[in-house]
Design a protein around this ligand. Sequence first.
Ligand SMILES: [Zn+2]
Length: 213
Amino acid sequence: MEYLDLSLYEYRRFPIPMRSVGWLGRRFGVQGGGGQDLGAADRQRIRGASQRLGSVTLGTHECEFCPPDSTFEGNGEYRYYGRSGDVYVAPMMILHYMEEHGYRPPEEFLDGLKDIGRLEWDWRAERMLAVLLDESEDFDFRCEAIIDLVNWRDGRVLDALMHSIQDEELVDSAGDEIGRSLGVLVARGDVGDLRVESLPEMVRIGLGQIVPQ
Ligand SMILES: [Zn+2]
């Protein structure tokens, strides 16, 4: 899986359009390498924004720049929602490429990360909310919506997560993700009264990873 930086993401289907960052391979090499090194502030900002992996069911991807006997591999992707409306998506390997192989993401992406703070409820949030609540939607889309909706700080997100707990199929496949998303909301003080003992076990496990019970 190798894509030019800022090209439209087409690795797989996703409910909203995204642009690729850091999908490196042999054909295009270490894109952005050889130029100015990334400064400490940019590194810190990228690490800070790369916290939660989505799409971990994607296949494993091996680093094509490490020597054969020390191959680094990764799984899953980070998605970055900018306030401007753009969404960028990078493989989990982006941090490795940056630290070990001199990868420098495009300026547009670096600038976007400076502005990644609190998001206004927008069409992307509406789309993800609709995806999660619609039982006829693509099941993988619904699981990813569980992860990405917490980018918005809005009561509708908690309502949707609590609603998704009633969906047995979602809880079976993504109960831990529901729990982790609930944990994010609890950690930032957005949940008044959560009856943890009434939650399905998988949801409790995910929750406990973010806010130890
Ligand atoms: Zn490597």
